[in-house]
Design a protein around this ligand. Structure first.
Ligand code: XIL
Length: 323
């Protein structure tokens, strides 16, 4: 993050699964975090199932604790997320809602959550991962019950909730994967953004998750042109969940580590070449010990800048060089 500062306002951050996990009390981990990152994204603490476990019963304890740690480290926080298909509470998924009733649930969740955390959030991922790879809306309780209006309403409610507390500067983002390179899905995002603009609803930025595979990372030209297209649509761009996993073991041979370093370099370079509206780069965990990858992609791993004993890998130095 301190190297990135020479580009003006560019910041570098990381996801962290705090509180309630081994990370929370791991002094060596926290030291590396504090030293290297100027932003933190809660990997879980602010998700629906934790913030509203039962209808209209809110629990912001984890989110508040996360913010306390981030504020102690002078790290801004991308608050994550409000409306998503995953990690929802049972009351949402197990009720047979009318569109009107579920819209009120969504509105209440957005208002209470956004207003509780207020200006302590740099930004909110308002809707997370709404699209299939062909650009259509994916099936979720939100889409299946409310239809595509749920998407536009989510931003409208977030905007209204912030306006009510005078927190107009908290930015509203759409966050997804598979939208880092040109294609149907990226085009669909641009379509949603222009529909929001048409309805005079605010959206400030797009989060490009960038969960990549070593050797299969989109090219610099593709990553750059996609970022430029979002910027042209008047959006800020953040790389929000960068990690580049190995699809094979062993993860740590010199050759694959060099390829991984080159792939990290490409992503970071695309942000810098896109110019000042690529405002941030966030890795989704910075060390392999706490990475979500092996738990989600069987047999894969080694995706982060530091290995599982907190040694910096070639990828770490490649990022520094790209910055
Ligand atoms: C992941 C977390 O890292 C895990 O701890 C959790 O079990 C599942 O979710 N896209 C997102 C993130 O937007 O919220 C996901 O985080 C990773 C994929």
């Amino acid at each position: 993050n301190s190297i990135a500062q020479r580009h003006g306002k560019l910041w570098v951050g990381t996801a962290a699964d705090i509180p309630g996990t081994a990370e929370t009390t791991d002094a060596a981990y926290l030291k590396v975090l504090q030293k290297n990152f100027g932003e933190m994204t809660p990997a879980n603490a602010m998700k629906f199932m934790y913030t509203e476990p039962e209808q209209n019963v809110f629990n912001f304890t984890d989110g508040d604790e996360f913010l306390e740690v981030a504020e102690k480290y002078n790290a801004r926080v991308r608050c994550h997320n409000l409306v998503w298909v995953s990690q929802l509470s049972d009351f949402v998924t197990s009720t047979n809602w009318t569109a009107e009733a579920l819209t009120l649930v969504m509105k209440n969740h957005i208002f209470k959550t956004v207003q509780h955390f207020g200006r302590r959030c740099y930004s909110w991922d308002v809707v997370n991962e709404a699209l299939n790879s062909d650009g259509s809306f994916s099936s979720s309780v939100w889409y299946d019950t409310i239809g595509e209006d749920y998407f536009y309403l989510a931003y409208k409610y977030a905007q209204e909730a912030l306006a009510e507390i005078g927190a107009h500067d908290v930015k509203l983002y759409y966050n997804d994967y598979g939208i880092e390179n040109p294609g149907t899905k990226a085009t669909a995002v641009l379509g949603l953004v222009s529909e929001l603009h048409k309805r005079e609803i605010r959206i400030d930025g797009v989060g490009l998750e960038s969960h990549f595979i070593v050797g299969e990372t989109p090219s610099l030209a593709d990553q750059l042109s996609t970022k430029k297209a979002y910027i042209k649509a008047n959006l800020d761009v953040v790389i929000t969940e960068l990690d580049i996993r190995f699809a094979e073991t062993p993860y740590y041979t010199a050759t694959v580590q060099q390829q991984q370093a080159a792939d990290y370099y490409t992503s970071v370079t695309s942000c810098i070449q896109a110019g000042p509206r690529c405002v941030g780069i966030v890795v989704w965990d910075f060390d392999d010990a706490y990475s979500w990858v092996p738990g989600t992609f069987a047999g894969q791993g080694g995706a982060d800048l530091f290995n599982s004993t907190l040694q910096a890998k070639p990828a770490y130095y490649a990022v520094a060089e790209a910055l």
